[in-house]
Design a binder for this molecule. Structure first.
Ligand code: FMN
Length: 306
């Protein structure tokens, strides 16, 4: 048994990254049913009712699953209390806490007997995850979709994390097929934490706009454009990798100069569902995605064969 199967009790070394707006209970359940571990992604605004509802769907029939939290969000405490009150099939196997102060949330979750994962993107994150007592460390490189750091590539942060901890380390960022997973596991990873690869699953909550904007011609850009345009309080060290639409390219690198007109243009574009303005978070593997697939196929395509 690999350390991952010891820690999480899963057959395939594949964890569905928690993706707010994409990974709800249905996708998490489908990934876990296929032998991986599905994680539900919460937003800062996810209510206790939403968390309870999605956890019940993910855990139906005793299927293991996880829930991902963001450490900086104002309602973190309420979200943690909601998770701690989940019982029986709705109780997660793993909770992740990333992007912000880890010590207190990790302590509270671990004291309640839950295994905790933390995503790390540089040496300071690795030290913070170790000090907090994370059970699983997710070495996430800048190739990854959604929010995170853009300081180190996946191979680099994996090597750094493996040097610094004896906990299982998952690799994340730009992982698109079994060859990627094999290479990273040969380098010491216990498994892979994959988001983008699942974006076009029929079980995902991905909006239609997101599905239509990904595929062979898509490429991505790391920036704070969508957060600044929407006035979201993401800490500035955590930008996001998203599909490089004209709006993203126009403002990437000069987010602090964004005008009120540009913000209004972004809001109006989002309102009418225009893909140029809709935040389409995705990693560098976005151009290797097919049109529609399902979770079991993706888990199988990511799992190295002996
Ligand atoms: C659409 C999308 C939404 C995401 N939302 C979250 C989130 O809510 N919480 C979180 O911890 N990470 C989130 N992430 C980051 C993932 O946990 C993970 O780091 C990333 O997907 C790995 O890179 P990959 O997309 O190249 O596989 C998100 C990623 C994507 C693509």
């Amino acid at each position: 048994m690999s350390p991952l199967s010891d820690t999480l009790g899963i057959a395939a070394p594949i964890v569905l990254a928690p993706m707010a707006g994409v990974a709800g209970g249905r996708l998490a359940h489908a990934v876990s049913s296929a032998g991986g571990l599905g994680m539900i992604g919460t937003r800062g605004s996810s209510s206790p009712d939403w968390i309870r509802e999605q956890a019940a769907i993910a855990g139906e029939g005793g299927t293991p699953f996880g829930i991902g939290l963001m450490a900086w969000v104002p309602h973190l405490r309420t979200q943690i209390e909601t998770i701690l009150a989940l019982e029986d099939e709705a109780r997660p196997t793993l909770v992740s806490v990333s992007f912000g102060d880890l010590a207190e949330p990790v302590r509270v979750l671990r004291e309640a007997g839950l295994a905790v994962a933390c995503q790390v993107g540089n040496a300071a994150d690795v030290a913070a995850a170790a000090a907090a007592g994370a059970d699983v460390v997710v070495a996430r490189g800048g190739e990854g979709g959604g929010h995170g750091r853009d300081e180190m590539a996946t191979d680099e942060i994996l090597a750094l994390a493996l040097e610094s901890t004896d906990r299982p380390v998952l690799a994340a960022g730009g992982i698109a097929d079994a060859a990627d997973v094999s290479r990273l596991m040969a380098a010491g990873a216990s498994g892979a934490w994959c988001g983008t690869a699942f974006l076009t699953c029929r079980e995902a909550d991905s909006p239609h706009a997101a599905r239509s904007a990904i595929g062979a011609s898509a490429y991505t850009r790391y920036s704070r454009v969508h957060d600044v345009a929407q006035g979201l309080a993401w800490p500035r060290e955590f930008g996001g990798r998203s599909v490089a639409t004209d709006f993203v390219l126009a403002w990437a690198g000069r987010e602090d100069e964004m005008t009120d007109e540009a913000r209004a243009e972004h809001a109006a574009g989002m309102e009418r569902g225009d893909v140029d303005y809709t935040p389409l978070y995705a990693g560098v593997g976005v151009d290797r995605l097919g049109a529609q697939t399902d979770a079991a196929e993706v888990v199988s395509a990511l799992t190295p064969r002996p």
